[in-house]
Design a protein around this ligand. Structure first.
Ligand SMILES: [Zn+2]
Length: 117
């Protein structure tokens, strides 16, 4: 599959990745951010993600110091308390620890992430 293309599930033709419909009549559904269909595509198992929750953080991850709990606290100070989704913390965590540590630590994040109100 060339970059920038997708396959029509109806006729197997290759169309541009931004095409909304195929010459065969198939309509590609585009999930609109904030709608239920869009949310359904997010990784399962996270805390409910609400309006202001950050799922992909911007900027540099806070430096790794101390243990996971301390680090999560520092991340939250950089954003707003309880506004970083687990996916955001995992994204940052991957940038500050080795792959081995990440595999060990990432599953523990869930217990440290607050549920955004
Ligand atoms: Zn088609």
């Amino acid at each position: 599959m060339p970059k920038g293309a997708k396959t029509c599930p109806g006729c197997k033709a290759t169309v541009g990745c931004r095409a909304h419909d195929c010459p065969c009549g198939h309509k590609f559904l585009t999930a609109i951010a904030g709608t239920e269909e869009h949310k359904a595509k997010e990784e399962p198992g996270f805390w409910p993600v609400t309006g202001n929750t950050i799922t992909t953080p911007a900027g540099r991850a806070p430096a790794w110091k101390g243990d996971l709990g301390e680090w999560v606290e520092r991340c939250e100070q950089q954003a707003l308390p309880n506004y970083l989704a687990e996916s955001a913390l995992r994204y940052w965590l991957r940038n500050v620890v080795s792959q081995e540590e990440f595999v060990f630590l990432a599953p523990q994040l869930r217990g440290l992430v607050g549920e955004a109100a």
